[in-house]
Design a protein around this ligand. Structure first.
Ligand SMILES: C[S@@+](CC[C@H](N)C(=O)[O-])C[C@H]1O[C@@H](n2cnc3c(N)ncnc32)[C@H](O)[C@@H]1O
Length: 267
C-alpha cells in the first residue's frame, strides 16, 4: 500500500503503527477478559502488540529495519518503565539520542562508521603526492575524511566533511582541530547543499534510502573523471563501474562510479 503524502516520513508511519497496536492490544485484552475472565500474561500482550505493530508497519510500507524496531518497541517501552529510573535518566537518554541522530527520521540514515579495512581501501583510491579534493557526505565522527587527509601529502589538497547530527559533527570537528591540518574542514551542512562539481573524490556511507537521489545528484554535478564511492549502498538504476571488497567477499562492498555517471537506461 502506498502511504498518503502526509505519511511519507517513516517516523509518522511508525508512530501510527504503534498507536494502532496499542488500541488493538487494549481490545485483545478486553475481549479475552470478557470471554475467558482472565488477564493474559504480560509476554502475550507484548508479543501481540509487537506483531500488530509490525503488521501495520508492513502495510504502510515501512522498510525492514523499521519493522524490527516496531517488533521490539512494546517490550522495550515496558522494560524502560519497569526500570523505574528517575526522570532525568530518560531525559538524558532522549537528549543523547537527539544529539546522536536528530537528522535520522528525516534522512533515514543512521550513524555507523566506516571500518579500518574500508578506510584503507578508500585511501588507496587517491594519489599520495598530487592535489586531491575529497568530500565525505555525512562524515560522522570524521574517520574516513581524516584518513584520506593523512594518506595524501599535497599542500593544495582539500578534505571536506559535512554532517548534520550534532554529536558526530562535534566529534569530527574536534578531531580535525586536533589533527592540525589546515587542508581539512568539517562543516555543519546538509549533503544535499554540497555542489559535487568541485571534487575529485566523493565518498558516502549512508543507507539505501537516499541513494537514488544522491546518484542522480552525482550524475548531474560531478566533473568527468571524478570518482563517486558509496560504501555498500547503491541503486539498481546506476550500475557501479567497479566493486571492491576490502572486508572479504561476505563484507561490505565499496561501489565505484567514474563520472560521467549515467543511469542504466541511458547507457
Ligand atoms: C552511516 S554514517 C557514516 C559516517 C562516516 N561517513 C563514516 O563512514 O564513518 C552516515 C552519516 O551521515 C549523516 N547524515 C545523514 N544525512 C545527512 C545530511 N543530509 N547531511 C549531512 N550528513 C548527513 C548522519 O548523521 C551520519 O553521521
Amino acid at each position: 500500500m502506498t502511504p498518503p503524502p502526509f505519511l511519507r516520513p517513516p517516523i509518522l508511519r511508525a508512530l501510527l503503527a504503534l498507536g494502532g497496536s496499542a488500541l488493538a492490544t487494549l481490545g485483545f485484552v478486553q475481549a479475552l477478559w470478557r470471554l475467558a475472565g482472565s488477564d493474559p500474561p504480560l509476554w502475550t500482550k507484548l508479543l501481540f502488540a509487537g506483531a500488530v505493530a509490525v503488521a501495520i508497519g508492513a502495510a504502510l510500507s515501512l522498510p525492514r529495519w523499521w519493522l524490527a524496531i516496531l517488533a521490539s518497541a512494546p517490550a522495550a517501552l515496558i522494560g524502560a518503565l519497569a526500570l523505574d529510573a528517575p526522570g532525568w535518566v530518560y531525559a538524558l537518554a532522549l537528549t543523547l539520542c537527539l544529539l546522536l541522530a536528530a537528522n535520522s527520521p528525516g534522512e533515514r540514515v543512521p550513524l555507523y562508521l566506516t571500518g579500518a579495512a574500508t578506510r584503507r581501501a578508500l585511501c588507496g583510491l587517491i594519489a599520495q603526492d598530487a592535489p586531491v579534493r575529497a568530500v565525505d557526505l555525512g562524515c560522522g565522527t570524521g574517520g574516513p575524511i581524516l584518513a584520506l587527509a593523512a594518506a595524501n601529502r599535497h599542500p593544495q589538497s582539500r578534505f571536506l566533511g559535512v554532517e548534520t547530527a550534532p554529536l558526530p559533527f562535534a566529534a569530527a570537528w574536534l578531531r580535525a582541530k586536533a589533527a592540525r591540518d589546515p587542508r581539512i574542514s568539517i562543516c555543519w551542512r546538509s549533503l544535499w547543499r554540497v555542489d559535487l562539481g568541485g571534487f575529485d573524490l566523493v565518498y558516502a556511507f549512508l543507507s539505501p534510502e537516499p541513494m537514488p537521489r544522491l546518484l542522480a545528484k552525482a550524475a548531474a554535478e560531478m566533473t568527468d573523471g571524478a570518482l563517486f564511492v558509496s560504501n555498500e549502498f547503491t541503486d539498481p538504476a546506476y550500475v557501479a563501474d567497479q566493486q571492491l571488497t576490502p572486508n572479504g567477499p561476505a563484507g561490505r562492498r565499496l561501489n565505484l562510479w567514474r563520472a560521467p555517471i549515467r543511469p542504466v537506461a541511458a547507457n
